[in-house]
Design a protein around this ligand. Structure first.
Ligand code: GUN
Length: 282
């Protein structure tokens, strides 16, 4: 039997509808909209599209967006100065620096200047640390979206065997912590894991975030598993994931498509973070 496709666009629309309601109520109470500032440095094509999607999502859901599109030659000092200005701007509730930054700019240094309360991406050390400790925090958007996608299937995360492939700071590490927080038994695999298939074949939940097109095939997946494909690989003009949909859908119980899976819920969770940040400061 073929796997059920998890409709990320539909789930994102439901989250955004809730966000819009909260953002409209906030506007009524405060006489101003919530606001997100987005900093884009350079002219990376994919980053330009992602930023456009985030700004559109804000504008469609009663959240102001302030876009700062800076040339690739911008200095680290100038970006940090802008961040300090936005930290002190009461109309800005969230700040997002689109990654990657040009090579002459130290990403960690720049990000560390964002106020911990306006860290819309949840990338700061303090927010990442609070996630590890189980404290309230602004969490990275893609991992939060993945939890929503898994919950939408109705499977019980509590007690499930979850396998995460990839150990990035943006996806692999935080989704492992969120799954753990939800009482899954979590295994992390990465480029140095010997025979990762020995793990994936026992996974009730399989999250794949490697950037390797079609890495996971049907023979590597447990029957009935929930498979979340975080990959965004470009082939020709086409977008494809890290999971080979054709073979895996014959084995899995649920699977996310690319596009239309993780991407839309990531944007929806960004809006949720802005709401969280704004309500804290209200
Ligand atoms: N580049 C790729 N993914 C992301 C993301 O989630 N946030 C930011 N700021 N940059 C990215």
């Amino acid at each position: 039997m073929s796997a059920q496709i998890i409709d990320g666009r539909k789930i994102a629309a439901e989250i955004k509808a809730q966000v819009k309601k909260e953002a409209e109520e906030y506007l009524k109470r405060n006489g101003r909209k919530m606001g997100l500032a987005v900093i884009l440095v350079g002219d990376d094509f994919a980053s330009g599209i992602y930023v456009r999607n985030k700004i559109d999502a804000c504008n469609e859901n009663c959240i102001n967006s302030y876009a700062y599109k800076l040339p690739a030659t911008t200095t680290e000092h100038d970006i940090i100065e802008l961040i300090h200005r936005l930290n002190n701007d009461e109309t800005v509730d969230g700040i997002l620096v689109q990654l990657p930054l040009p090579p002459h700019i130290r990403q960690n240094v720049v990000l560390s200047h964002i106020s911990v309360y306006k860290d819309a991406d949840g990338f700061l050390a303090e927010n990442a640390g609070n996630l590890m400790l189980g404290n309230p925090s602004l969490n990275a958007c893609t991992p939060c979206g993945i939890i929503e996608l898994i919950r939408s299937t109705g499977i019980n995360i509590d007690g499930a065997n979850a396998v995460v492939i990839g150990r990035s700071n943006i996806v692999g590490k935080p989704i492992s912590l969120l799954l753990l927080e939800n009482h899954a038994t979590v295994t992390m695999c990465h480029s140095h894991t010997a025979n990762f298939v020995n793990f994936t074949r026992h996974a009730d939940i399989l999250v794949v975030a490697t950037g390797q097109k079609g890495l996971i095939t049907g023979d590597m997946v447990k029957k009935g598993a929930v498979v979340i494909d975080v990959g965004m690989n470009r082939e020709g003009g086409k977008l494809c994931g890290d999971v080979d949909m054709e073979s895996v859908k014959e084995v899995a119980g649920f699977i996310t498509p690319v596009p239309g899976g993780v991407g839309p819920v990531t944007v929806a969770m960004l809006l949720k973070n802005i709401v969280k940040a704004a309500l804290r400061l209200e």
